[in-house]
Design a protein around this ligand. Structure first.
Ligand code: PEP
Ligand code: MN
Length: 264
């Protein structure tokens, strides 16, 4: 199988502009859960870049549980991502849910995100496999390690070798947090695959108070990078405010991560 360690023993490295994912350096992607406005995105982009994030995240097609919740700005949001990416010279990542949106999204952004809810949308995975563009594939809400790797295999089989795996928490009986962040999948994935492994402590916990600890633990456990939700006013966020870090919390975390990254 293409995903196995034996297929590429030295490990996959993925170049996104000047950023390289999968080397010794930890890469942090940060930004709002959802792109809400030009002002919001510019403010966040400038800040996260200043404190060391290498990629700006921002959802424009949002997979919301309730159809009454904010669904994202769609194409308008995509254009904002493109505008802000150029203004601040920072690569951007956004989620795609519908294969019909893939071509336009691939034109505007640097990394395509496949969300947890679509990890086994095999039609979407096959289409993404045809692109020559990095993909961040999130672990499904109840996916086993094997199912996760088979999902990545779908993309690799299409000829797209630039896949980043992302642990983002799974559904368990434990209900004090939104999801249970499965940190032990990091060394398990590292054993089995050559693909870079990221962790999303924001969705993994659902609570901004637990995000810094889990972010640091993920790096200590060998993750290649993190994707973190940041918002200047989490209480006003149109989605995932409770798990979003404020600017000051994110700045502190980035400083703490430096110490951990140099220790591992
Ligand atoms: C997100 O990154 O905003 C998101 C919806 O993530 P997930 O697919 O992991 O729930
Ligand atoms: Mn979110």
């Amino acid at each position: 199988k293409l995903v196995t360690k034996e297929f590429n023993p030295q490990g996959t490295r993925i170049k996104v502009n000047q950023v390289e994912i999968g080397n010794e350096e930890i890469v942090v992607m940060a930004g709002p859960c959802a792109v809400e406005s030009r002002e919001q995105l510019r403010e966040i982009a400038g800040f996260v870049k200043e404190v060391g994030a290498k990629v700006l995240r921002g959802g424009v097609f949002k997979p919301r549980t309730s159809p009454y919740s904010f669904q994202g700005l769609g194409i308008e949001g995509l254009k904002l991502l493109y505008e802000v990416k150029n203004e601040f010279d920072i690569p951007v990542i956004t989620e795609v849910m519908d294969p019909r949106d893939l071509d336009i999204v691939a034109e505007y952004v640097d990394i395509i995100q496949i969300g947890a809810r679509n990890m086994q949308n095999f039609t979407l995975l096959k289409e993404v496999g045809k692109l020559r563009k990095p993909v961040l594939l999130k672990r499904g809400l109840s996916a086993t390690l094997e199912e996760f790797l088979f999902a990545a295999e779908y993309i690799l089989l299409g000829g797209n070798s630039e896949v980043i795996l992302c642990e983002r928490g799974i559904r368990t009986f434990s209900d004090f947090s939104r999801n249970t962040l499965d940190l032990s999948i990091i060394p398990a994935l590292k054993e089995k695959t050559h693909l870079p492994v990221f962790v999303d402590p924001s969705h993994g916990t659902g609570n901004y108070r637990y995000v810094p600890s889990m972010a640091k633990a993920a790096i200590a456990a060998g993750a290649d990078g993190l994707i973190i939700e940041v918002h200047p006013h989490p209480e006003k966020a149109l989605s995932d405010g409770p798990q979003s870090l404020t600017f000051s919390d994110f700045r502190r975390l980035m400083n703490e991560l430096k110490a951990i990254a140099s220790a591992v």
